[in-house]
Design a binder for this molecule. Structure first.
Ligand code: FAD
Length: 442
Protein backbone atom coordinates (compact mmCIF):
# COMPACT_ATOMS: atom_id res chain seq x y z
CA UNK A 1 0.00 0.00 0.00
CA UNK A 2 1.22 3.48 -0.79
CA UNK A 3 0.82 6.39 1.58
CA UNK A 4 1.17 9.11 -1.09
CA UNK A 5 -2.06 11.00 -1.76
CA UNK A 6 -3.89 10.49 -5.05
CA UNK A 7 -3.13 12.48 -8.19
CA UNK A 8 -5.83 13.52 -10.63
CA UNK A 9 -4.86 12.95 -14.25
CA UNK A 10 -7.04 15.32 -16.24
CA UNK A 11 -7.27 13.95 -19.80
CA UNK A 12 -8.16 16.35 -22.60
CA UNK A 13 -6.89 16.04 -26.20
CA UNK A 14 -4.29 13.48 -25.09
CA UNK A 15 -6.44 10.36 -25.05
CA UNK A 16 -3.67 7.79 -24.74
CA UNK A 17 -1.61 5.96 -22.16
CA UNK A 18 1.74 5.63 -23.98
CA UNK A 19 4.14 8.53 -24.31
CA UNK A 20 1.88 10.72 -22.23
CA UNK A 21 4.09 13.04 -20.13
CA UNK A 22 1.40 14.18 -17.67
CA UNK A 23 0.30 10.61 -17.03
CA UNK A 24 3.88 9.41 -16.59
CA UNK A 25 4.51 12.23 -14.12
CA UNK A 26 1.28 11.41 -12.26
CA UNK A 27 2.46 7.83 -11.77
CA UNK A 28 5.89 9.03 -10.72
CA UNK A 29 4.21 10.76 -7.73
CA UNK A 30 3.80 7.28 -6.28
CA UNK A 31 0.16 7.52 -5.15
CA UNK A 32 -3.00 6.27 -6.83
CA UNK A 33 -3.75 7.95 -10.15
CA UNK A 34 -7.35 8.92 -10.83
CA UNK A 35 -8.05 9.41 -14.55
CA UNK A 36 -10.75 11.93 -15.38
CA UNK A 37 -12.25 13.53 -18.47
CA UNK A 38 -14.39 16.65 -18.13
CA UNK A 39 -16.89 17.74 -20.75
CA UNK A 40 -16.61 21.48 -20.33
CA UNK A 41 -20.10 22.91 -20.51
CA UNK A 42 -20.21 25.62 -17.88
CA UNK A 43 -19.14 29.25 -18.02
CA UNK A 44 -15.58 28.00 -18.33
CA UNK A 45 -15.53 26.23 -21.68
CA UNK A 46 -13.59 26.71 -24.88
CA UNK A 47 -14.80 26.58 -28.50
CA UNK A 48 -17.38 23.83 -28.68
CA UNK A 49 -16.20 20.79 -30.65
CA UNK A 50 -17.80 20.20 -34.03
CA UNK A 51 -20.16 17.31 -34.77
CA UNK A 52 -17.59 15.01 -36.41
CA UNK A 53 -15.02 15.64 -33.64
CA UNK A 54 -17.63 14.76 -31.05
CA UNK A 55 -18.34 11.49 -32.86
CA UNK A 56 -14.63 10.71 -32.62
CA UNK A 57 -14.45 11.78 -28.99
CA UNK A 58 -17.25 9.35 -28.10
CA UNK A 59 -15.33 6.40 -29.53
CA UNK A 60 -11.97 7.56 -28.28
CA UNK A 61 -13.18 7.97 -24.71
CA UNK A 62 -14.71 4.50 -24.83
CA UNK A 63 -11.42 3.10 -26.04
CA UNK A 64 -9.43 4.93 -23.34
CA UNK A 65 -11.90 3.80 -20.67
CA UNK A 66 -11.46 0.19 -21.81
CA UNK A 67 -7.66 0.50 -21.75
CA UNK A 68 -7.79 1.91 -18.22
CA UNK A 69 -10.25 -0.78 -17.13
CA UNK A 70 -7.96 -3.50 -18.40
CA UNK A 71 -5.37 -2.06 -16.01
CA UNK A 72 -7.69 -2.16 -13.03
CA UNK A 73 -8.87 1.46 -13.04
CA UNK A 74 -11.89 3.44 -14.10
CA UNK A 75 -12.07 6.60 -16.24
CA UNK A 76 -14.25 9.16 -14.47
CA UNK A 77 -16.50 11.22 -16.75
CA UNK A 78 -17.94 14.47 -15.49
CA UNK A 79 -19.47 17.49 -17.17
CA UNK A 80 -20.02 21.09 -16.15
CA UNK A 81 -17.88 24.00 -15.13
CA UNK A 82 -14.30 22.73 -15.28
CA UNK A 83 -12.99 24.25 -12.06
CA UNK A 84 -16.07 23.09 -10.12
CA UNK A 85 -15.70 19.53 -11.48
CA UNK A 86 -12.06 19.42 -10.42
CA UNK A 87 -12.88 20.88 -6.99
CA UNK A 88 -15.53 18.21 -6.46
CA UNK A 89 -13.12 15.43 -7.43
CA UNK A 90 -10.42 16.79 -5.13
CA UNK A 91 -12.95 16.84 -2.29
CA UNK A 92 -14.11 13.28 -3.04
CA UNK A 93 -10.65 11.75 -3.42
CA UNK A 94 -8.34 13.78 -1.19
CA UNK A 95 -6.07 14.39 -4.20
CA UNK A 96 -3.27 16.86 -3.58
CA UNK A 97 -1.99 17.01 -7.15
CA UNK A 98 -3.59 17.65 -10.55
CA UNK A 99 -1.68 17.01 -13.77
CA UNK A 100 -2.59 17.64 -17.40
CA UNK A 101 -1.07 18.17 -20.84
CA UNK A 102 -1.27 21.65 -22.30
CA UNK A 103 -3.56 23.01 -24.99
CA UNK A 104 -2.78 26.10 -27.01
CA UNK A 105 -6.03 27.73 -28.15
CA UNK A 106 -6.73 31.06 -26.46
CA UNK A 107 -9.87 29.98 -24.59
CA UNK A 108 -8.32 26.75 -23.38
CA UNK A 109 -5.18 28.49 -22.19
CA UNK A 110 -7.21 31.06 -20.30
CA UNK A 111 -9.24 28.36 -18.53
CA UNK A 112 -6.10 26.41 -17.65
CA UNK A 113 -4.29 29.45 -16.26
CA UNK A 114 -7.20 30.29 -13.98
CA UNK A 115 -7.51 26.70 -12.84
CA UNK A 116 -3.81 26.40 -12.13
CA UNK A 117 -3.68 29.54 -10.03
CA UNK A 118 -6.93 28.58 -8.23
CA UNK A 119 -5.52 25.17 -7.30
CA UNK A 120 -2.23 26.64 -6.18
CA UNK A 121 -4.05 29.15 -3.97
CA UNK A 122 -5.71 26.19 -2.26
CA UNK A 123 -2.30 24.68 -1.58
CA UNK A 124 -2.50 21.97 -4.26
CA UNK A 125 0.15 21.11 -6.81
CA UNK A 126 -0.99 21.72 -10.39
CA UNK A 127 1.38 20.96 -13.24
CA UNK A 128 1.01 20.97 -16.99
CA UNK A 129 3.16 19.24 -19.59
CA UNK A 130 3.76 19.20 -23.33
CA UNK A 131 1.85 16.17 -24.55
CA UNK A 132 0.86 17.14 -28.08
CA UNK A 133 3.81 18.84 -29.77
CA UNK A 134 7.47 18.17 -30.49
CA UNK A 135 8.44 21.54 -29.05
CA UNK A 136 6.49 24.24 -27.26
CA UNK A 137 5.27 27.01 -29.60
CA UNK A 138 7.38 29.59 -27.77
CA UNK A 139 10.55 27.53 -27.70
CA UNK A 140 12.17 27.92 -31.13
CA UNK A 141 13.12 31.53 -31.74
CA UNK A 142 14.60 33.44 -34.65
CA UNK A 143 17.97 35.18 -34.31
CA UNK A 144 16.12 38.35 -33.41
CA UNK A 145 14.35 36.53 -30.56
CA UNK A 146 10.97 36.50 -32.30
CA UNK A 147 8.88 33.57 -33.48
CA UNK A 148 9.06 32.13 -36.98
CA UNK A 149 6.56 33.45 -39.51
CA UNK A 150 7.88 31.50 -42.47
CA UNK A 151 7.76 27.72 -42.53
CA UNK A 152 10.98 26.68 -44.34
CA UNK A 153 13.52 28.18 -41.90
CA UNK A 154 11.42 26.89 -39.00
CA UNK A 155 11.44 23.39 -40.49
CA UNK A 156 15.21 23.55 -41.07
CA UNK A 157 15.75 24.39 -37.40
CA UNK A 158 13.54 21.55 -36.19
CA UNK A 159 15.09 19.08 -38.59
CA UNK A 160 18.62 20.02 -37.49
CA UNK A 161 18.04 20.36 -33.76
CA UNK A 162 15.15 18.25 -32.57
CA UNK A 163 15.89 15.21 -30.44
CA UNK A 164 12.90 13.36 -29.02
CA UNK A 165 12.73 12.71 -25.27
CA UNK A 166 12.92 9.14 -24.02
CA UNK A 167 9.80 7.06 -24.46
CA UNK A 168 7.45 6.85 -21.47
CA UNK A 169 5.68 3.54 -21.16
CA UNK A 170 1.99 3.03 -20.50
CA UNK A 171 1.22 2.36 -16.84
CA UNK A 172 0.71 -1.25 -15.82
CA UNK A 173 -2.04 -0.69 -13.26
CA UNK A 174 -4.43 2.00 -12.08
CA UNK A 175 -5.79 1.99 -8.54
CA UNK A 176 -9.31 0.58 -8.31
CA UNK A 177 -11.39 3.51 -7.09
CA UNK A 178 -15.08 3.74 -7.85
CA UNK A 179 -16.26 7.31 -8.25
CA UNK A 180 -19.49 8.60 -9.71
CA UNK A 181 -19.13 8.83 -13.47
CA UNK A 182 -21.64 10.03 -16.05
CA UNK A 183 -22.77 7.51 -18.67
CA UNK A 184 -21.22 8.62 -21.94
CA UNK A 185 -24.50 7.93 -23.73
CA UNK A 186 -26.00 10.90 -21.87
CA UNK A 187 -23.52 13.20 -23.60
CA UNK A 188 -25.17 12.68 -26.99
CA UNK A 189 -21.93 12.94 -28.90
CA UNK A 190 -23.28 11.72 -32.23
CA UNK A 191 -24.60 14.34 -34.66
CA UNK A 192 -28.37 14.65 -34.78
CA UNK A 193 -30.85 15.82 -37.43
CA UNK A 194 -29.16 14.60 -39.52
CA UNK A 195 -26.70 12.05 -38.12
CA UNK A 196 -24.22 12.15 -40.97
CA UNK A 197 -21.66 10.04 -39.09
CA UNK A 198 -23.24 6.66 -39.86
CA UNK A 199 -20.54 5.69 -42.37
CA UNK A 200 -17.54 6.76 -40.26
CA UNK A 201 -17.25 3.43 -38.43
CA UNK A 202 -16.34 1.65 -41.63
CA UNK A 203 -13.27 3.82 -42.12
CA UNK A 204 -11.95 4.79 -38.73
CA UNK A 205 -10.84 3.05 -35.55
CA UNK A 206 -10.64 5.81 -32.95
CA UNK A 207 -8.46 5.11 -29.93
CA UNK A 208 -4.84 4.46 -29.10
CA UNK A 209 -4.74 0.97 -30.63
CA UNK A 210 -6.25 2.31 -33.87
CA UNK A 211 -3.63 5.06 -33.99
CA UNK A 212 -0.81 2.58 -33.49
CA UNK A 213 -2.21 0.35 -36.19
CA UNK A 214 -2.49 3.30 -38.65
CA UNK A 215 1.12 4.26 -38.06
CA UNK A 216 2.29 0.68 -38.60
CA UNK A 217 0.26 0.30 -41.79
CA UNK A 218 1.54 3.60 -43.12
CA UNK A 219 5.14 2.68 -42.32
CA UNK A 220 4.87 -0.56 -44.21
CA UNK A 221 2.68 0.60 -47.11
CA UNK A 222 2.77 4.37 -47.52
CA UNK A 223 5.91 6.01 -46.18
CA UNK A 224 8.27 4.87 -48.89
CA UNK A 225 6.18 6.44 -51.65
CA UNK A 226 4.96 9.44 -49.64
CA UNK A 227 7.09 11.98 -51.54
CA UNK A 228 5.24 11.15 -54.76
CA UNK A 229 1.88 9.81 -53.62
CA UNK A 230 0.94 12.36 -50.98
CA UNK A 231 -0.67 14.59 -53.60
CA UNK A 232 -2.80 11.80 -55.07
CA UNK A 233 -6.27 11.67 -53.52
CA UNK A 234 -7.01 8.48 -55.47
CA UNK A 235 -4.28 6.52 -53.65
CA UNK A 236 -5.57 5.31 -50.31
CA UNK A 237 -2.18 4.72 -48.73
CA UNK A 238 -0.72 7.93 -50.19
CA UNK A 239 -0.94 9.69 -46.82
CA UNK A 240 -1.04 8.37 -43.28
CA UNK A 241 -4.60 9.21 -42.20
CA UNK A 242 -3.15 9.91 -38.77
CA UNK A 243 -4.67 13.39 -38.43
CA UNK A 244 -7.75 12.52 -36.33
CA UNK A 245 -5.61 10.37 -34.05
CA UNK A 246 -3.18 13.26 -33.64
CA UNK A 247 -5.98 15.76 -33.14
CA UNK A 248 -7.33 13.73 -30.23
CA UNK A 249 -3.91 12.92 -28.85
CA UNK A 250 -4.21 9.16 -29.33
CA UNK A 251 -0.68 9.18 -30.60
CA UNK A 252 2.07 11.66 -29.86
CA UNK A 253 4.01 13.39 -32.64
CA UNK A 254 7.08 12.47 -30.58
CA UNK A 255 6.25 8.77 -31.02
CA UNK A 256 5.81 9.35 -34.75
CA UNK A 257 9.11 11.20 -35.05
CA UNK A 258 10.98 8.52 -33.10
CA UNK A 259 9.44 5.68 -35.11
CA UNK A 260 10.10 7.27 -38.50
CA UNK A 261 13.67 8.21 -37.61
CA UNK A 262 14.27 4.64 -36.45
CA UNK A 263 12.93 3.34 -39.76
CA UNK A 264 15.29 5.75 -41.56
CA UNK A 265 18.27 4.66 -39.49
CA UNK A 266 18.10 1.20 -40.89
CA UNK A 267 15.00 -0.27 -39.32
CA UNK A 268 13.31 -0.34 -42.71
CA UNK A 269 15.19 -1.54 -45.76
CA UNK A 270 15.02 0.55 -48.96
CA UNK A 271 13.10 3.38 -47.32
CA UNK A 272 13.30 6.59 -49.32
CA UNK A 273 14.96 9.15 -47.03
CA UNK A 274 13.41 11.99 -49.02
CA UNK A 275 9.93 10.59 -48.51
CA UNK A 276 10.51 10.12 -44.80
CA UNK A 277 11.80 13.68 -44.35
CA UNK A 278 8.88 15.03 -46.37
CA UNK A 279 6.50 13.18 -44.06
CA UNK A 280 8.24 14.57 -40.97
CA UNK A 281 8.05 18.05 -42.48
CA UNK A 282 4.25 17.68 -42.55
CA UNK A 283 4.29 16.80 -38.87
CA UNK A 284 6.22 20.04 -38.44
CA UNK A 285 3.58 21.99 -40.42
CA UNK A 286 1.31 20.97 -37.59
CA UNK A 287 3.83 22.41 -35.13
CA UNK A 288 4.15 25.60 -37.16
CA UNK A 289 0.35 26.05 -37.06
CA UNK A 290 0.57 25.90 -33.28
CA UNK A 291 3.30 28.55 -33.27
CA UNK A 292 0.94 30.79 -35.24
CA UNK A 293 -2.07 30.06 -33.04
CA UNK A 294 -0.06 30.68 -29.88
CA UNK A 295 1.14 34.07 -31.08
CA UNK A 296 -2.14 35.02 -32.83
CA UNK A 297 -4.86 33.74 -30.51
CA UNK A 298 -7.65 34.95 -32.80
CA UNK A 299 -6.26 33.02 -35.79
CA UNK A 300 -9.57 31.20 -36.36
CA UNK A 301 -11.57 34.37 -36.76
CA UNK A 302 -9.37 37.36 -37.63
CA UNK A 303 -7.09 37.89 -40.62
CA UNK A 304 -3.45 37.27 -39.72
CA UNK A 305 -2.60 39.82 -42.41
CA UNK A 306 -4.79 42.71 -41.33
CA UNK A 307 -4.82 44.14 -44.89
CA UNK A 308 -7.44 41.50 -45.59
CA UNK A 309 -9.85 43.36 -43.32
CA UNK A 310 -10.66 45.41 -46.43
CA UNK A 311 -11.38 42.40 -48.63
CA UNK A 312 -14.81 42.86 -50.25
CA UNK A 313 -16.07 39.31 -49.69
CA UNK A 314 -19.39 38.41 -51.30
CA UNK A 315 -22.51 37.63 -49.37
CA UNK A 316 -23.94 34.63 -51.24
CA UNK A 317 -25.61 32.06 -48.94
CA UNK A 318 -26.81 29.87 -51.82
CA UNK A 319 -23.27 29.55 -53.22
CA UNK A 320 -22.02 28.64 -49.76
CA UNK A 321 -24.76 26.03 -49.37
CA UNK A 322 -23.87 24.43 -52.70
CA UNK A 323 -20.19 24.38 -51.76
CA UNK A 324 -20.99 22.68 -48.43
CA UNK A 325 -23.14 20.07 -50.14
CA UNK A 326 -20.72 19.34 -52.97
CA UNK A 327 -23.02 20.74 -55.64
CA UNK A 328 -20.82 23.36 -57.29
CA UNK A 329 -20.60 21.52 -60.61
CA UNK A 330 -16.79 21.34 -60.43
CA UNK A 331 -16.07 17.61 -60.08
CA UNK A 332 -12.94 17.73 -57.92
CA UNK A 333 -14.52 20.29 -55.57
CA UNK A 334 -17.73 18.31 -55.26
CA UNK A 335 -15.84 15.05 -54.77
CA UNK A 336 -13.84 16.59 -51.92
CA UNK A 337 -16.85 18.09 -50.17
CA UNK A 338 -18.72 14.78 -50.39
CA UNK A 339 -15.72 12.83 -49.12
CA UNK A 340 -15.68 15.23 -46.15
CA UNK A 341 -19.39 14.77 -45.43
CA UNK A 342 -19.35 11.00 -45.79
CA UNK A 343 -16.07 10.20 -44.04
CA UNK A 344 -15.23 13.18 -41.81
CA UNK A 345 -11.94 13.62 -43.66
CA UNK A 346 -10.65 15.05 -46.93
CA UNK A 347 -7.33 14.62 -48.68
CA UNK A 348 -4.94 17.56 -48.18
CA UNK A 349 -4.59 18.39 -51.88
CA UNK A 350 -8.37 18.51 -52.22
CA UNK A 351 -8.68 20.60 -49.04
CA UNK A 352 -6.51 23.21 -50.73
CA UNK A 353 -8.57 23.04 -53.92
CA UNK A 354 -11.95 23.41 -52.18
CA UNK A 355 -10.65 26.15 -49.89
CA UNK A 356 -9.25 28.04 -52.85
CA UNK A 357 -12.56 27.57 -54.65
CA UNK A 358 -14.54 29.01 -51.74
CA UNK A 359 -12.31 32.01 -51.20
CA UNK A 360 -10.93 32.78 -54.65
CA UNK A 361 -13.68 31.67 -57.04
CA UNK A 362 -16.76 32.22 -54.95
CA UNK A 363 -15.11 35.10 -53.05
CA UNK A 364 -16.69 33.97 -49.80
CA UNK A 365 -14.92 34.66 -46.49
CA UNK A 366 -12.51 31.97 -45.36
CA UNK A 367 -14.14 31.99 -41.92
CA UNK A 368 -17.22 30.31 -43.44
CA UNK A 369 -15.06 27.48 -44.74
CA UNK A 370 -13.15 27.21 -41.47
CA UNK A 371 -16.44 26.86 -39.59
CA UNK A 372 -17.78 24.16 -41.96
CA UNK A 373 -14.56 22.19 -41.68
CA UNK A 374 -14.61 22.65 -37.91
CA UNK A 375 -17.99 20.98 -37.75
CA UNK A 376 -17.43 18.20 -40.27
CA UNK A 377 -13.78 17.13 -39.90
CA UNK A 378 -12.93 14.30 -37.53
CA UNK A 379 -9.46 15.85 -37.34
CA UNK A 380 -10.68 19.44 -36.72
CA UNK A 381 -7.78 21.12 -35.01
CA UNK A 382 -7.84 24.72 -33.76
CA UNK A 383 -4.33 25.45 -35.05
CA UNK A 384 -4.11 23.47 -38.31
CA UNK A 385 -7.59 24.38 -39.49
CA UNK A 386 -7.28 28.12 -38.88
CA UNK A 387 -3.71 28.36 -40.20
CA UNK A 388 -4.49 26.29 -43.32
CA UNK A 389 -7.62 28.26 -44.17
CA UNK A 390 -5.72 31.52 -43.86
CA UNK A 391 -2.85 30.04 -45.86
CA UNK A 392 -5.16 29.16 -48.76
CA UNK A 393 -7.14 32.40 -48.60
CA UNK A 394 -3.91 34.39 -48.78
CA UNK A 395 -4.42 36.20 -45.48
CA UNK A 396 -2.18 33.86 -43.47
CA UNK A 397 1.49 33.63 -42.54
CA UNK A 398 3.75 32.52 -45.38
CA UNK A 399 0.51 32.19 -47.37
CA UNK A 400 -0.39 31.35 -50.95
CA UNK A 401 -0.64 34.87 -52.44
CA UNK A 402 -4.09 36.19 -53.37
CA UNK A 403 -3.35 35.73 -57.08
CA UNK A 404 -2.45 32.04 -56.71
CA UNK A 405 -5.72 30.35 -57.55
CA UNK A 406 -5.96 26.56 -57.64
CA UNK A 407 -7.58 25.84 -60.98
CA UNK A 408 -10.09 23.09 -60.17
CA UNK A 409 -9.93 21.65 -63.68
CA UNK A 410 -6.17 21.37 -64.12
CA UNK A 411 -5.70 20.35 -60.46
CA UNK A 412 -8.20 17.55 -61.03
CA UNK A 413 -6.50 16.47 -64.25
CA UNK A 414 -3.07 16.51 -62.62
CA UNK A 415 -3.74 14.99 -59.21
CA UNK A 416 -6.70 12.75 -60.02
CA UNK A 417 -5.23 11.74 -63.35
CA UNK A 418 -7.00 8.38 -63.36
CA UNK A 419 -10.32 10.03 -62.48
CA UNK A 420 -10.87 7.40 -59.79
CA UNK A 421 -11.33 9.91 -57.00
CA UNK A 422 -14.01 11.91 -58.81
CA UNK A 423 -15.75 8.75 -60.01
CA UNK A 424 -15.85 7.41 -56.46
CA UNK A 425 -17.41 10.48 -54.86
CA UNK A 426 -19.46 11.77 -57.82
CA UNK A 427 -21.09 8.57 -59.13
CA UNK A 428 -23.26 10.61 -61.51
CA UNK A 429 -20.07 11.22 -63.53
CA UNK A 430 -18.99 7.61 -63.49
CA UNK A 431 -19.65 6.92 -67.17
CA UNK A 432 -17.93 10.03 -68.50
CA UNK A 433 -14.70 9.49 -70.45
CA UNK A 434 -11.59 10.66 -68.65
CA UNK A 435 -10.96 13.34 -71.27
CA UNK A 436 -13.91 15.39 -70.06
CA UNK A 437 -14.31 14.09 -66.51
CA UNK A 438 -12.85 17.16 -64.85
CA UNK A 439 -14.79 19.58 -67.07
CA UNK A 440 -18.01 17.72 -67.85
CA UNK A 441 -19.72 20.79 -69.42
CA UNK A 442 -17.17 20.63 -72.23
P1 FAD B 1 -0.30 13.17 -43.76
O1 FAD B 1 0.06 13.70 -45.10
O2 FAD B 1 -0.09 11.75 -43.50
O3 FAD B 1 0.52 14.05 -42.71
C1 FAD B 1 0.86 13.60 -41.41
C2 FAD B 1 0.37 14.58 -40.38
O4 FAD B 1 1.00 15.86 -40.55
C3 FAD B 1 -1.11 14.84 -40.45
O5 FAD B 1 -1.84 13.86 -39.79
C4 FAD B 1 -1.22 16.22 -39.77
O6 FAD B 1 -1.22 16.10 -38.37
C5 FAD B 1 0.08 16.89 -40.20
N1 FAD B 1 -0.15 17.73 -41.37
C6 FAD B 1 -0.09 17.36 -42.67
N2 FAD B 1 -0.30 18.42 -43.46
C7 FAD B 1 -0.49 19.47 -42.66
C8 FAD B 1 -0.75 20.86 -42.89
N3 FAD B 1 -0.82 21.36 -44.12
N4 FAD B 1 -0.90 21.67 -41.82
C9 FAD B 1 -0.82 21.18 -40.57
N5 FAD B 1 -0.57 19.89 -40.29
C10 FAD B 1 -0.40 19.05 -41.32
N6 FAD B 1 -5.17 19.26 -40.53
C11 FAD B 1 -5.65 18.89 -39.33
O7 FAD B 1 -5.05 18.04 -38.66
N7 FAD B 1 -6.79 19.45 -38.83
C12 FAD B 1 -7.49 20.40 -39.51
O8 FAD B 1 -8.50 20.91 -39.00
C13 FAD B 1 -7.02 20.76 -40.81
N8 FAD B 1 -7.70 21.66 -41.56
C14 FAD B 1 -7.23 21.98 -42.82
C15 FAD B 1 -7.92 22.93 -43.57
C16 FAD B 1 -7.46 23.28 -44.85
C17 FAD B 1 -8.22 24.32 -45.66
C18 FAD B 1 -6.29 22.68 -45.36
C19 FAD B 1 -5.78 23.06 -46.72
C20 FAD B 1 -5.58 21.78 -44.60
C21 FAD B 1 -6.03 21.41 -43.32
N9 FAD B 1 -5.33 20.48 -42.53
C22 FAD B 1 -5.81 20.16 -41.30
C23 FAD B 1 -4.01 19.98 -42.94
C24 FAD B 1 -4.01 18.67 -43.75
O9 FAD B 1 -4.92 18.73 -44.81
C25 FAD B 1 -4.33 17.45 -42.90
O10 FAD B 1 -3.52 17.44 -41.74
C26 FAD B 1 -4.06 16.15 -43.68
O11 FAD B 1 -4.83 16.12 -44.85
C27 FAD B 1 -4.38 14.98 -42.80
O12 FAD B 1 -4.24 13.78 -43.50
P2 FAD B 1 -3.09 12.75 -43.13
O13 FAD B 1 -3.09 12.48 -41.68
O14 FAD B 1 -3.23 11.60 -44.04
O15 FAD B 1 -1.80 13.62 -43.47
Amino acid sequence: MTSSPPTLMWFRRDLRLADNPALAAAFAEGGPVIPVYIRETGTQSGRASGGASKWWLDKSLKSLAADIKSRGGSLVLRSGDTASCLDALIEETGAKTVFWNRRYDAEGRHIDMEIKSGLKEKGLTAKSFNGSLLTEPWQIKTNSDGHYKVFTPYWKRVRAEYTPPDKTHPPQAFAAKELASEPIGNWKLHPEAPDWSTGFDKIWSPGEAGAKQRLETFLSQGLHGYGEDRNRPDIETGTSGLSPHLAHGEISPVTIWRTVRKAMDGGQKDLSEDSAWTFLSEIVWREFSHVLLYHYPDLATANYNRDFEHMPWRDAPEDYRRWCRGETGYPIVDAGMRQLWQTGWMHNRVRMIVASFLTKHLLLPWQLGEAWFWDTLVDADPAANAASWQWTAGSGADAAPYFRVFNPITQGQKFDASGEYVRKWCPELHELPLKVLHEPWS
